[in-house]
Design a protein around this ligand. Structure first.
Ligand code: KMH
Ligand code: ZN
Length: 304
């Protein structure tokens, strides 16, 4: 089959950045996460990127058991590619973060390519009065959150999960992270095609201006030539314009409530599938096609 002009949509269905008080549509329980992932896949997402949450209060949960119930349902009802987070939440240790993907051996796992400040506190301005749980207030107030991804951490994840045939969504939040990835390519620890998820507009990372996007793309082109597949994640209100820019330049896209709660200015998205449908319309409007899960497997050389 020809995969030319096929665009992979990844849907990140819940994540660990947004908290339950911010939107009644954020999936929290295992059944909500499963239904959201299946709905996104039915709308056109070839890949679902998954985190778990504690159903009691919605806080991020990185225990392998927290993933089991929704992984089972998704596998029964969809052939989409499952991508398990190794980012977890920036407050977690690297041992906690790697455990779910080490246990469930998915086709894909995220891999965050450098340490950085993680600025969740700007969200307090918007949501401070609405936060129901004490943990949310504490989480968003912390101006000292470091997202810890040392060279040793990255190598640990690469070798632990690589041994199971898991491949990676390399999350790069700035140009330095592309150079970090190049180091691991030079060391022979990773092989192409690399699936590079460039992340724009998170506080602590690069901005979401078209110049920022072009700079990341040019740098990746220079470092990796044709041995990488480019995907774009625009945070918050940058989600769709960043995706449109990527698709129009031959890239892939990521949407989902992990990355943005919105369906337009001041309008909460009511589901992950809604965002997938919106980005699909853009892709098809550009005369491109959405990749099926099997086409995504072929493009990214996944184990299937
Ligand atoms: N929340 C995204 C910006 C991970 O799960 O490894 C980054 C992310 C991290 O998806
Ligand atoms: Zn994530």
């Amino acid at each position: 089959m020809s995969t030319k002009n096929k665009v992979i949509i990844t849907c990140a269905v819940t994540g660990a950045i947004h908290t339950p008080s911010m939107s009644p549509h954020l999936p929290v329980s295992a059944s909500e996460i499963a239904e959201a992932a299946i709905g996104a896949a039915e709308a056109g997402a070839a890949v679902v990127h998954l985190h778990a949450r504690d159903p009691k209060d919605g806080r991020p949960d990185q225990t392998p058991e927290g993933f089991r119930p929704f992984l089972q349902v998704i596998k029964q009802r969809s052939d989409c590619v499952v991508n398990i987070t190794t980012g977890g939440a920036p407050t977690m240790s690297i041992q906690e973060r790697v455990a779910p993907a080490a246990t469930w051996k998915p086709e894909l796992a995220s891999l965050n390519m450098g340490s950085m400040n993680f600025g969740l506190f700007p969200m307090l301005k918007r949501f401070g009065n609405d936060l129901k749980h004490e943990w949310e207030q504490k989480y968003l107030s912390d101006k000292g959150i470091l997202f810890h991804n040392t060279f040793a951490d990255i190598e640990h994840i690469l070798t632990t999960l690589g041994a199971n045939g898991t491949r990676f969504e390399f999350e790069c939040y700035d140009t330095a992270h592309l150079y970090n990835l190049k180091h691991f390519v030079d060391e022979g620890l990773v092989k192409g095609p690399l699936f590079i998820q460039t992340v724009f507009g998170l506080m602590g990372g690069i901005g979401a201006h078209p110049d920022d996007m072009m700079h990341m793309k040019r740098t990746a082109d220079r470092l990796f030539g044709d041995s990488y597949r480019w995907s774009v994640l625009g945070a918050g209100r940058n989600q769709l314009n960043a995706a449109a820019m990527s698709a129009s330049m031959g890239g892939h896209v990521r949407v989902g409530l992990e990355d943005s709660l919105w369906a337009g200015p001041g309008k909460l998205a009511t589901s992950n599938a809604q965002q997938v449908k919106a980005v699909r319309q853009i892709i098809e409007g550009l005369g491109l096609e959405v990749a099926t899960p099997d086409e995504a497997r072929e493009i990214l050389h996944l184990k299937g």
